[in-house]
Design a protein. Structure first.
Lengths: 185, 336
């Protein structure tokens, strides 16, 4: 993931920069939290707390790597605390918690989120119409349904898909998911 | 750990490069990492094969769409207020600790307070549901199953008046000029800007007030101060023998109900089933009275069925049960 935002301006306390930083990066950190707690609601709440704590603390980070590490670690700790609170009587839950609390799990979760975020960001660089079509395909809609919803012809949908396909294929050649989503069919 | 995380960030970057180049050539550092362990190999295969990508990308989209700046702003304001309250409360607590401590027994007179005519708002929560509502001053109140509350503002005497039957959790917006007073039976709990939980179901002689944050004063109906609570303290008032005792509690256990959980910590079976009956609208009958005093600890999600809860209790304790379907009225469960 490329943390979007100007670290210098952030450090200088620019509210506008913080807003930009939050709006663009929030979902990626929320999705990282989702790896620990399977509730989008709870994750949103916890990650918001981390953003607020970061902003209010005026923590000093010289580069985007240490800033990123700070977010990953704080979010993970918040999630684990929350899970300990939610802990049920079942012993499997304890084993699950032990797994989630391990260093290895954290490292794996970071690697996965980094790559997912980066793929997601690349899709966001596609032309607007192609993105719209791709996102509708992500929700499981077929070409005809997409065409109806966007009030365009089925052929236009196909053309856009082909274009998106060639761009993404160029960027991420080995990803099979691209084929899955965009199969022009 | 910092170092290991930084290595992971680098590995993520190398995997991305590998996926993008598509020439099948692998950076030696990445290759070494993959060969380091089976877990690494599996992770690499999972990412490049991408079976769960569709779900993941859709979730990211959904999350990005739901990201709201104004949401964060609201939360920040609330947190700043809490921080400020904590500073004020620290001084208050210090003074308080010097004055009072430990268990206190008090006598409370039970005369009726004078009635005031006001516009009253009523809220209630049916059996088996929890409701949350916000007052115009952004005070938030969670109402537990089978509970009701009425709210009014006494503008003349500058008070916000609440009366409660059942259980509620309050996050009160502090107003210096207009404190909130919650009446429960023979007590009045006066808030000074706080989060607290009050449990006062009709049918139980006990009123429990637990303070999470801030400060509350507990007064008699006539406005005489009985005790002030510190965060982390619970006051139990028994209306039968008119005693009040103060002890400490774990915050998340007292308020867990508002997140949809029953938390049972070393409680008597009789008390546990009385709580379950508020939630499930079922009557529990003890065939063997000795079981009433059996103690149990555990957490139950409120979304589970009463059968599931009973099964769980049966498996982990030596109680047994049978369900009697009543064609009209409450179903009965016999515990033996």
């Amino acid at each position: 993931m490329n943390l979007v935002g100007n670290i210098k301006k952030l450090q200088a306390g620019s509210e506008a920069e913080f807003r930009r930083f939050y709006e663009i990066n929030f979902a990626y950190f929320q999705s990282f939290a989702f790896g620990f707690i399977k509730s989008e609601e709870i994750c949103r709440d916890l990650v918001q707390d981390v953003f607020i704590a970061y902003w209010e603390k005026h923590a000093d980070f010289s580069d985007s790597i240490s800033l990123k590490v700070y977010f990953y670690r704080s979010i993970r700790n918040k999630c684990l605390n929350e899970l300990r609170k939610l802990k049920t009587t079942e012993t499997e839950a304890d084993n699950e918690l032990l797994k989630l609390a391990s260093d290895d799990y954290l490292l794996e979760a970071i690697i996965e989120e980094e790559i997912a975020a980066s793929v997601h960001q690349k899709i966001a660089e596609l032309p607007e119409q192609a993105q719209k079509i791709l996102k509708l395909s992500l929700t499981g809609k077929n070409n005809k349904e997409i065409a109806e919803q966007l009030a365009i012809s089925v052929n236009t949908v196909k053309t856009h898909k082909l274009k998106a396909y060639s761009v993404l294929r160029h960027q991420l050649r080995d990803l099979q998911f691209v084929l899955q989503i965009i199969s022009v069919g | 750990m910092q170092e290991r995380i930084e290595i992971s960030l680098r590995i993520a970057h190398l995997i991305e490069d590998f996926m993008q180049s598509g020439d099948g050539l692998m950076n030696p550092e990445l290759k070494e990492w993959i060969e380091e362990s089976d877990a690494n190999r599996e992770l690499f295969a999972r990412i490049t094969k991408g079976n769960d990508w569709q779900e993941k990308l859709a979730r990211l989209d959904r999350m990005q769409k739901a990201t709201s700046w104004s949401d964060l702003q609201r939360k920040r304001k609330r947190d700043v207020r809490k921080l400020w309250m904590r500073t004020v409360q620290f001084a208050a607590v210090l003074v308080f600790t010097l004055l009072v401590g430990g268990v206190a027994g008090y006598f409370i007179s039970s005369q009726k307070s004078q009635q005031i005519e006001l516009a009253v708002q009523r809220y209630s929560s049916m059996k088996g549901s929890i409701s949350v509502f916000e007052l115009p001053d952004s005070t938030k109140i969670w109402l537990n199953s089978d509970s009701e509350i009425s709210y009014s503002e006494d503008l003349k005497n500058k008070r916000r008046l609440v009366s409660l039957k059942g259980e509620a959790y309050f996050e009160v917006t502090h107003r210096e000029d207009c404190p909130m007073e919650v009446s429960v039976g023979q007590l009045v709990i006066r808030d000074l800007g706080t989060s607290f939980n009050i449990k006062a179901y009709p049918g139980s002689p006990v009123v429990e007030t637990s303070l999470m944050e801030g400060k509350v004063d507990i007064l008699s109906e006539r406005g005489k101060s009985i005790v002030a609570l510190e965060p982390g303290e619970i006051a139990r008032f028994d209306s039968n023998n008119k005693t009040m005792d103060v002890s400490t509690f774990s915050p998340h256990i007292v308020s867990a109900w508002k997140d949809g959980k029953f938390v049972i910590r070393d409680q008597r079976m009789e008390d546990i089933f009385s709580e379950l009956s508020h939630w499930y609208n079922v009557k529990f009958i003890f065939e063997n009275p000795d079981l009433k005093d059996f103690r149990y600890t555990g957490i139950i999600r409120k979304s589970t069925t009463v059968e599931h809860v009973l099964k769980m209790l049966k498996e982990t304790t030596h109680i047994n049960y049978r369900i009697k379907d009543m064609p009209s009225g409450m179903d009965e469960v016999v515990i033996y």
